[in-house]
Design a protein around this ligand. Structure first.
Ligand SMILES: Nc1ncnc2c1ncn2[C@@H]1O[C@H](COP(=O)(O)OP(=O)(O)OP(=O)(O)O)[C@@H](O)[C@H]1O
Length: 344
């Protein structure tokens, strides 16, 4: 559905080469039809520039961008405006028209495409239902909550039946609960309409919750890319590890671990990392049944991704040294990551 080939974007702020900023640096990737694809990176990594090249809001300095069979990086004027009906976008700050009601905001793109009045009315009603805004049709944006405003943004973006929806930090201005409800809506419309969704974010929580694949961006480059669960299982780059920790390691983990080592001078404190199927195995029960050990669960967190679960669990085991060694061997055979945490 989307193919980027050697795409770069250089912003020139002066006459000299050193005044140039390479916002996107030689990116090639493909995004499949019906996929929810996430791009994560810190501020300044080049995410916005990348996503804006997908709908022609920015033109690449080199390389090509093909979306739904059209080379967006080449077309201009009315052809570009037409192509944009197939590639819609929602924004962090919603970009609504403040003097128009919900209904009128959603009707706006339909007015531009010249849909007759009665069909417009019907389509707006459908969209209001789709995003769950029944009863708020005549409200003005200032009378809506953040989540409702984003629902209007989504309805407006879907008005002309796009093939691709681009989401530019679409939940960054929302509280965690509202974020979850908007993410659920995006998954729902992805499934119902077969829509391809590309989102950019700095929050791994968003990626974990709804994306099939993720690309990690740093200094204009994609430094890591893959299915979300694989990236969680085996993050290769330091930046990816930091993002994964955002959702798997509770903030207090480091403190707790240090504290644990003081609390349990005997035996071993072990960090277990579960991925996918293995997270479901009743490992702890098996440890207690099969080995003459005392086993305590000390801390843990298991997160769900679209393709399975991922998480870490800290346990303390105590007993004869030989039995502990056998238990560690056993855990390794269960395809669970094992790390013995020690004082040195
Ligand atoms: N129109 C522009 N003119 C000059 N430099 C720009 C322009 N747009 C972006 N940049 C620069 O390009 C780099 C990448 O910016 P971009 O906005 O794409 O990053 P980002 O990952 O989306 O970060 P943020 O989340 O803060 O927007 C930054 O150094 C930024 O200052």
């Amino acid at each position: 559905m989307i193919t980027l080939s050697n795409v770069s974007k250089i912003f020139k702020s002066g006459l000299k080469a050193k005044d140039s900023i390479v916002a996107v640096d030689d990116i090639s990737l493909t995004i499949d039809e019906g996929e929810i694809f996430g791009v994560i990176g810190y501020s300044g990594a080049g995410k916005s520039t990348l996503i804006r090249m997908l709908n022609g809001l920015e033109t690449p300095s080199s390389g090509s961008v093909v979306v739904a069979g059209k080379e967006v990086s080449k077309i201009k004027g009315s052809s570009l405006r037409k192509a944009r009906h197939e590639i819609s976008m929602i924004f962090q700050h919603f970009n609504l028209l403040w003097s128009r009601t919900v209904r009128e905001n959603i009707a706006f793109p339909l007015e531009i495409t010249g849909l007759p009045k009665e069909e417009r009315r019907q389509r707006v009603n459908e969209l209001i239902k789709l995003v769950g805004l029944e009863g708020r049709e005549d409200a003005y944006p200032s009378q809506l909550s953040g989540g409702q405003k984003q629902r209007v943004g989504i309805a407006r973006a879907l008005a002309n039946n796009p093939k691709v929806l681009l989401c530019d930090e679409a939940t960054s201005a929302l509280d965690p609960q509202t974020t979850d409800s908007i993410l659920e809506l995006l998954v729902d419309i992805n499934k119902r309409l077969g829509l391809t969704i590309v989102l950019i974010t700095h929050e791994m929580h968003v990626i974990r919750k709804i994306c099939n694949r993720v690309a990690v961006m740093e200094a204009g480059k994609v430094v890591e890319i893959g299915p979300v669960l694989n990236v969680f299982k085996n993050p290769e780059q330091p930046i990816t590890k930091r993002f994964v920790q955002q959702v798997t390691e509770p903030e207090e983990t480091k403190e707790t671990v240090e504290h644990l080592l003081d609390r349990f001078p005997d035996g071993e404190v072990i960090q277990l990392t579960f991925v996918g199927e293995s997270a479901e195995n009743p490992l702890i029960t098996q440890l207690i049944r099969n080995f003459k050990l005392d086993v305590n669960i000390v801390q843990g967190k298991i997160s769900q991704t679209r393709d399975g679960s991922y998480g870490t669990l800290f346990i303390h085991i105590d007993g004869p040294a030989e039995e502990i060694d056998h238990a560690l061997e056993f855990i390794k055979q269960q395809q669970v990551g094992v790390e013995v945490i020690s004082n040195d």
